[in-house]
Write a protein that binds this ligand. Structure first.
Ligand code: AMP
Ligand code: ZN
Length: 136
């Protein structure tokens, strides 16, 4: 997809209106239009990177710093009980908009959401094979 057609590029640059809760030269943080919970927000870099693998390392660091800062503000202002940081890469991982973004999801007791995975199982032998595949 061309960057000119990217909806998050347009939102990040202010060409499409959004509920912006933070903006600087390189990032915009907006409220998600289909919120998982009250306050669900998205950190968008203003430059187009499709996903985590395209994101430069220094930007990755800044995303995490922004996430921490914003989560702290939300905890104070929205009185949430918990917080999920979610970041999807690729269709199989649930990514639907192919412009890097980090989900900031405040959590509340009994909010009815389930953002955790279903645990599987693996033998020691299987873990060893995977460990070797990654590290060798
Ligand atoms: P993902 O599945 O990780 O790619 O997340 C995409 C997110 O973007 C979803 O949570 C959508 O609700 C959200 N979204 C899509 N379009 C817009 C928009 N125009 N404004 C705000 N959020 C949006
Ligand atoms: Zn984009």
């Amino acid at each position: 997809m061309k960057k000119e057609d990217c909806i998050f590029c347009k939102i990040a640059h202010g060409d499409i209106p959004s509920s912006t809760i933070y903006e600087d030269d390189d990032f915009r943080i907006i409220l998600d239009l289909g919120p998982a919970t009250r306050g669900h927000a998205l950190i968008l870099p203003k430059s187009h990177y499709a996903d985590l693998f395209e994101l430069p390392q220094d930007m990755a660091g800044r995303v995490m710093m922004l996430a921490q800062k914003t989560a702290s503000v939300m905890r104070d202002k929205l009185s949430c009980d918990g917080f999920n940081l979610v970041q999807n890469n690729g269709e199989s991982a649930g990514q639907t908009v192919f412009h890097f973004h980090m989900h900031l999801i405040p959590r509340y007791e009994n909010d009815g959401q389930n953002i955790l995975w279903k645990p599987g199982s693996a033998s020691g032998e299987e873990l060893d094979i995977v460990r070797k595949q990654i590290t060798e």
